[in-house]
Design a protein around this ligand. Structure first.
Ligand SMILES: [Zn+2]
Length: 243
């Protein structure tokens, strides 16, 4: 049996590759972390002098550090992300969070800076993405780099109990109980943002779907919504990388 702590490290690397493959983390920007259970520590995507981008993340780049960024950096060969505080401060404040994703996806950026409202404009097309819109997405209005805990605090306040924060002029922060859940949530949010932007570009307005239709959208469960979707993207990234 594989060690779950080692497995989590591999999942963080895989999540990085998936998010970049799907266009959420262009170039070298974006990072994923996972809480190490029962410790004030996390696995987090770091950078070295050999950095090649989020799309090509290897397990070596996923380092074990505490919530302030101190830990196993292989003799300082690796550097924690400048925005480590986003991860560490969320883990300190929210015990239910097991994974944090921070990325700079382009469509979400445009939705944020143009104040496009993320509304439930589709239903069965993607039920979890619709529910994200229905629940409301908190917007953090500042666009600075979150380099210190005190800069992360107001964003975490605005986020509240929610699992997503749209950071205007900057990016997104997404949380989940597991790496699989947070990754699929980030992908679904990207579908919501992309669709919202594409609708705006048509110049037409999409109405909200009706409460009656929402009532007929079942919760298909986390195996269907998260695990199977995660496996699909895991296989896809593996297949693309073999070519
Ligand atoms: Zn950022």
């Amino acid at each position: 049996m594989a060690d779950p702590v080692d497995e989590a490290r591999e999942k963080v690397a895989l999540s990085c590759r998936i998010l970049a493959m799907e266009g959420l983390a262009e170039g070298i920007l974006g990072h994923v972390s996972a809480r190490i259970p029962d410790r004030d520590e996390m696995w987090i995507r770091c950078r070295s002098q050999q950095e090649q981008g989020v799309r090509y993340t290897t397990v070596d780049a996923i380092r074990r550090v505490d919530f302030n960024g101190k830990g196993s950096l292989m003799g300082e060969q690796y550097e924690v992300p400048k925005e480590l505080a986003i991860h560490g401060e969320i883990y300190k404040k929210r015990s239910e969070v097991g994974c944090v994703i921070h990325a700079h996806p382009g469509e979400a950026l445009i939705c944020g800076i143009t104040d496009l409202e993320l509304r439930p404009i589709f239903g069965a097309f993607n039920i979890p993405a619709m529910r994200l819109a229905l629940a409301g997405v908190p917007v953090f209005p500042r666009s600075f780099l979150v380099t210190r805990p005190e800069l992360a605090a107001p964003m975490i306040d605005i986020m509240g109990e929610k699992q997503i924060c749209l950071m205007r002029g900057h990016g997104i922060t997404v949380t989940g109980k597991t790496v699989e859940e947070a990754t699929v949530r980030a992908l679904n949010f990207n579908i919501l943002a992309t669709t919202t932007l594409q609708v705006a570009l048509t110049g037409r307005k999409a109405p909200d779907i009706s409460p009656e239709d929402i009532a007929e959208l079942p919760n298909l469960g986390s195996t269907f919504n998260d695990l199977w979707v995660w496996r699909y993207y895991a296989r896809k990234v593996d297949q693309v990388d073999r070519r």
